[in-house]
Ligand binder design. Structure first.
Ligand code: ATP
Length: 233
């Protein structure tokens, strides 16, 4: 199996604060990997390190087999990594369809037509302004926009945050369908239960260190261990 992401021994700081203490993780082609951990464990910092937004001081990062440690973030995005950060930054004054016209056209399976097949709800709402969408619809729009760039690997930062439980289920089902289409995905979540139902493997971070690296099903079945490591929401 070829790896899309291999991060080894990441040491990342914000100024003098040492946040990541040797984080290593790997995502193979076609895998859905959950990155879990309590508030402040270092999940977002790990993503920012990978994306070149807060480059690590030590350690190395390979994407699709090539070293990109400390590469500029636009180079990482251009290499084929889609990043949907926390907080769904969609354009509220533009319609759903207009939001989907923003990304430049790229070659690959994802076009506005195939996006509407994956997200029928977005097609129903195509003339609604982004700002009038529900939280779940906004999350789907943010994911759809990232997909239109035809990434080879998608990183999702807490897509369930702030959503009602039924909507979370719908967003998670959509993520499952993207995996079904062959997408490699790193899913950063505080909602460990749901993420573990979808993921192949999981990593749990605590205080900037990996404290679990293994099967998602095994961790999902061991409620006590999961509560201890990741907290449960
Ligand atoms: P959350 O779910 O709250 O986003 P997280 O696991 O993603 O949690 P990070 O956001 O990576 O955690 O934060 C890890 C640690 O880094 C926390 O202690 C946080 O206070 C600290 N931190 C985050 N951003 C900064 C910053 N810009 N400057 C200094 N410290 C920061």
């Amino acid at each position: 199996m070829s790896a899309v992401l291999e991060a080894e021994g990441l040491q990342t700081y914000y100024g003098k604060s040492h946040i990541l203490h040797g984080v290593s993780l790997k995502v193979n082609q076609g895998e859905l990997i959950a990155l879990l951990g309590r508030n402040g464990a270092g999940k977002t910092t790990t993503m920012r390190s990978v994306m070149g937004l807060t480059p690590p001081r030590d350690g190395n990062i390979k994407l699709f087999g090539k070293d990109v440690t400390r590469a500029a973030s636009h180079r990482i995005a251009n290499a084929g990594v889609g990043y949907v950060p926390e907080g769904r930054k969609i354009f509220g004054h533009m319609t759903v369809h207009e939001n989907l016209l923003v990304p430049p056209e790229t070659k690959g399976p994802w076009t506005i037509e195939t996006i509407y097949k994956l997200f029928p709800r977005l097609e129903e709402r195509k003339t609604s302004k982004g700002g009038r969408l529900s939280g779940g619809e906004q999350e789907m729009l943010a994911i759809a926009r990232a997909l239109l760039l035809n990434p080879k690997f998608l990183i999702l930062d807490e897509p369930s945050q702030g959503l009602a439980p039924v909507i979370v289920q719908e967003v998670m089902r959509t993520i499952g369908r993207m995996k079904g289409e062959g997408m490699s995905i790193l899913l950063v979540e505080q909602n460990a239960h749901l993420a573990l139902q979808l993921a192949d493997r999981a990593y749990v971070l605590s205080d900037g260190e990996v404290v679990y690296d293994g099967s998602a099903a095994e961790l999902g079945a061991d409620t006590e261990r999961m509560e201890h490591l990741a907290g449960v929401s």
